[in-house]
Design a protein. Structure first.
Length: 109
């Protein structure tokens, strides 16, 4: 039951990356925003903002590996309005900048 909530919340966030916020998530889960805060905190030990950000960064990581979109395009696509924030949080999560991360997957001949 607990994993079902987390999985459902993760799916909703993933499907609405660019426009997700607590109110949207709460509405889609049929809960009050305060209930969503409590449930996410209990299940992940993170705030709702960090929960959402981590899902966005996971999607960005996948896009960096699988697409040729620019880093700026990826940042916008996953919901970051400022690329500097995207770069900072990506580096915080993966210990490498998005451009260095992408370059580590390029094969040179």
């Amino acid at each position: 039951m607990e994993n079902n909530f987390k999985d459902l919340a993760s799916t909703i966030v993933s499907e609405n990356l660019a426009e997700i916020n607590v109110e949207t998530l709460a509405r889609q889960l049929n809960l009050d925003p305060s209930q969503v805060y409590r449930k996410i905190k209990k299940r992940t030990d993170h705030s709702i903002a960090i929960f959402i950000r981590n899902i966005c960064l996971d999607k960005a990581e996948l896009l960096l590996r699988k697409t040729d979109l620019s880093i700026k395009e990826i940042g916008y696509q996953v919901g970051f309005n400022e690329i500097s924030y995207f770069t900072r949080y990506f580096k915080e999560a993966y210990r490498i900048t998005p451009s260095h991360y992408r370059n580590s997957f390029l094969i040179t001949f």
